[in-house]
Design a protein around this ligand. Structure first.
Ligand code: ZN
Length: 191
């Protein structure tokens, strides 16, 4: 389990954490766990998510388990800098939907001493790296890959297989149309 590496407060030292994985891997659950701990430590939190994702509730980040945290929806990554009010922790959910500039936004905030916690899908349903996630994984100090369980064989799953036809990368709010699969089961069905 990830444990925070709280640096010396006087050094004003920021850093970047990424939580990645497939659908149903518990990314948002892990993000919320870290945010609750930051809250217990009396740290101010800014939680953002991209506007494209409006499932469940417009201003909350809600895990599949039903835990929630207040979030602000932003149109693009630059908007994060304009709404930041010196919160010590900036959390970004569904980061795969952000534009490429999210990388410089995260670097910028970490220079100002912010701890950034990013959660996102590392691959789309085709098994292709998703949006700016590869870049975010590269610049992060700490990377946690969480896994779902393959619904076909019970092994660890890292692929989000889509059960309905269509080629578009984003199918928002249609969680019932995805199944977590391991590499071998994902390959078996013709990927
Ligand atoms: Zn499997």
């Amino acid at each position: 389990m990830f444990l925070e590496h709280f640096p010396d407060e006087f050094k004003n030292h920021g850093w970047i954490e990424v939580i990645c994985g497939s659908m149903f891997s518990g990314k948002t659950e892990e993000l919320i766990r870290r945010l609750k701990r930051a809250q217990f430590a009396n740290q101010k939190i800014l939680l953002v998510k991209p506007k494209v994702d409006d499932r469940y509730h417009k201003s909350n980040v809600v895990s599949h388990q039903g835990n929630s945290f207040d979030a602000i929806c932003v149109e693009n990554s630059k908007e994060i800098l304009s709404i930041w009010r010196k919160e010590k922790v900036v959390a970004i959910d569904e980061a795969q939907f952000f534009d490429e500039e999210i990388v410089s936004v995260c670097n910028e905030l970490s220079k100002k001493g912010v701890r950034i916690i990013i959660a996102g899908l590392d691959m789309d349903f085709k098994g292709v790296p998703f949006g700016p996630m590869p870049q975010l994984l590269s610049i992060a100090e700490y990377v946690t890959k969480v896994h779902a369980i393959c619904v076909s064989c019970g092994n660890l799953a890292q692929f989000s297989h889509r059960t309905v036809a269509g080629n578009e990368q984003v199918l928002v709010g249609a969680v019932e149309e995805y199944k977590p699969l391991c590499r071998s089961c994902y390959n078996k069905i013709g990927h």
